[in-house]
Design a protein around this ligand. Structure first.
Ligand code: FAD
Ligand code: DLZ
Ligand code: SF4
Length: 506
């Protein structure tokens, strides 16, 4: 039986469910570069180049194995530009008896495939994506009957299930979580590891030319493109992280430094999300560094928690709650996204730095996304849909299944507390403690009101005041609301005045 095996751009894994049992004598792998996927948000050109180049490399590797790959390029004159129409064209061209595809990461693409099923003359089977450690069904079982979902409990289940960092039934080191050790700012004289980046090869160079030609006005720089586009290079990147940066990952996980976006971070999310790396192998690689005495437990446990805990958890929440999840707006935030998220032109140095890193690398690390770019969006009351579209466009690792829960849930609390128990709102003091941004800023994090005051300060209190009815009853918000309750009417009026001035100037 001749099967068409449709592989999407973020499914570049030789062990993918839709590639299993492939018979090279009869079956054909189908891949398509389509304009619609590059344009449903204006993706950073590094993201588009990364995916298209990784797709072309993957197709070439399959072909080298003797597998027939039917590959439609973006600039093929016959390319219709969408998954649905290209799949139909492929079925008409190749005449398979059945089509197999691994479930897509995004709800949007699942709907496209469901629509395609109606028009295709042959059956289309959607298979589980077992690259994840926790299947959608397993997550739904875990979630069933729980009043609230909390990542920490889910994570413990995943540790037990995988045996990662376990000694029998107990967590190694006697604790599940070593975060208390992981909140150190970066010392001024800290030595940062040199990070392995990759020069574009011939295929990547061709894709860069193509993307420049087809999407000439895209926001974001292509000049510094340094992502791996093959599994073997992604493995080299993992090895580089494990041996050079992982030991410092825990201590400085939350630190930020001007001009240094990578610090001790993994730089592996684009590879994990596109299928070039697998979450199990990534966790095992990190665990080995601890077992062999080269990396401390706080670093390795902190890292494993991100991959085994957060990454699997947000994917579980996404599929459990979509499509309604994206539509909620629990804090009724409605302000338009300020232009500086694109231009970087703002006097707030922290935001300028984080937008600049994003523009240059299609990357910013977690705390830059959460506590600077996200925190500002939260306390300024920016409209969730606009913030989400920005985060989905600008990062090389962004797909809705992981972006949406992080932005809608973790950052904006627009889900009303499904994903996290409280909003991560913070004033300028947090950014000052964890970064060197404030020393290069025209505002002062220690000043609470007036022209010189760090805008995060009045906006933080204004956010709490605006949302008092919704948040004051949250036990995890008790402390700031106690402080607020002691605030004089004059101080409250000052906060309202300063916030109004800042917000109306956005
Ligand atoms: P490291 O800091 O080295 O962490 C290791 C790995 O853990 C990451 O590669 C990633 O796979 C995983 N991880 C860490 N935190 C999370 C998390 N909160 N959710 C899911 N996985 C996590 N991650 C994406 O992959 N795609 C996104 O579109 C995305 N959008 C985000 C938006 C916001 C507002 C926030 C706060 C976080 C977002 N994250 C997203 C999570 C996290 O910021 C990135 O995974 C991380 O910065 C990637 O860089 P790294 O590989 O150097 O990560
Ligand atoms: C993100 C993306 C882009 C930019 N381009 C393509 C493409 O041309 N062809 C393709 O198969 N996939 C692409 N992707 C990834 C898809 O958007 C991805 O499969 C969905 O986001 C589902 O997770
Ligand atoms: Fe950001 Fe405020 Fe620090 Fe300026 S003073 S860098 S606005 S936190």
């Amino acid at each position: 039986m001749r099967r068409l095996r449709f592989v999407l751009g973020d499914q570049l894994d030789r062990d993918l469910s839709s590639l299993r049992g492939l018979d090279p004598a009869t079956d054909v792998v189908f891949m398509a570069e389509v304009g619609a996927e590059a344009s449903y948000v204006p993706h950073h050109p590094q993201k588009v180049v990364f995916i298209l180049s990784a797709m072309r490399h993957f197709a070439a590797e399959l072909a080298a194995e003797g597998i027939t790959v039917d590959y439609v390029r973006l600039d093929d004159p016959a390319n219709t530009g969408s998954f649905g129409a290209e799949l139909l064209r492929a079925v008409e061209r190749l005449r398979p008896e059945a089509v197999l595809v691994t479930e897509p990461g995004e709800w949007r693409v699942l709907e496209i495939l469901q629509d395609a099923r109606e028009t295709l003359p042959v059956p289309l089977t959607v298979l589980d994506d077992d690259r994840f450690i926790c299947s959608r069904a397993e997550f739904a079982t875990w979630a069933e009957g729980r009043k609230s979902y909390r990542m920490e409990f889910f994570y413990r289940e995943m540790r037990r299930k995988t045996g990662l960092l376990m000694e029998g039934d107990a967590p190694v080191g006697g604790q599940w979580n070593f975060d208390a050790e992981n909140r150190k700012p970066l010392p001024r004289d800290a030595r940062l590891p040199d990070r392995l980046r990759f020069s574009p090869d011939r295929i990547t160079g061709e894709v860069m030319d193509l993307v420049r030609r087809v999407f000439p006005d895209r926001w974001g720089s292509l000049d510094g493109f340094g992502w791996a586009v093959t599994r073997s290079d992604a493995l080299r990147a993992l090895e580089d992280f494990a041996t050079s940066a992982l030991p410092g990952f825990g201590d400085h996980q939350d630190a930020m430094k001007a001009g240094e976006p990578f610090l001790f971070h993994g730089l592996i999310s684009p590879y994990l999300n596109a299928g070039l790396l697998n979450p199990r192998e990534v966790c095992l690689r990190a665990e080995r560094e601890w077992r062999e005495g080269r990396a401390p437990l706080n670093a390795v446990e902190g890292f494993v928690r991100q991959v085994l805990g957060w990454r699997e958890y947000v994917r579980g929440i996404y599929w459990l709650r979509m499509p309604d999840y994206a539509r909620t707006n629990a804090l009724e935030a409605s302000r338009p996204l300020p232009a500086f998220y694109w231009s970087g032109e703002t006097e707030m140095n922290c935001l300028r730095q984080c937008v600049g890193d994003t523009m240059a690398h299609a990357y910013a690390h977690h705390i830059q996304r959460l506590m600077v770019l996200g925190n500002f969006a939260l306390i300024a009351g920016l409209a969730p849909a606009e913030v989400e579209a920005w985060f989905l466009a600008v990062y090389a690792d962004a797909y809705e299944w992981v972006e949406l829960p992080n932005v809608h849930g973790m950052v904006l609390f627009a889900d009303g507390g499904v994903l996290g128990s409280k909003p991560y709102a913070a004033s300028g003091a947090y950014i000052d403690r964890m970064s060197d941004y404030c020393s290069g800023c025209r505002f002062d994090p220690a000043v609470k009101s007036g022209e010189k005051a760090c805008p995060f300060n009045p906006l933080y209190w204004d956010f709490l005041i605006r949302n008092e009815a919704r948040l004051a009853g949250n036990p995890r918000m008790a402390m700031p609301y106690r402080t607020l309750s002691r605030m004089s009417p004059e101080r409250r009026a000052e906060i309202a005045r300063d916030s109004e001035r800042i917000l109306s100037a956005l």
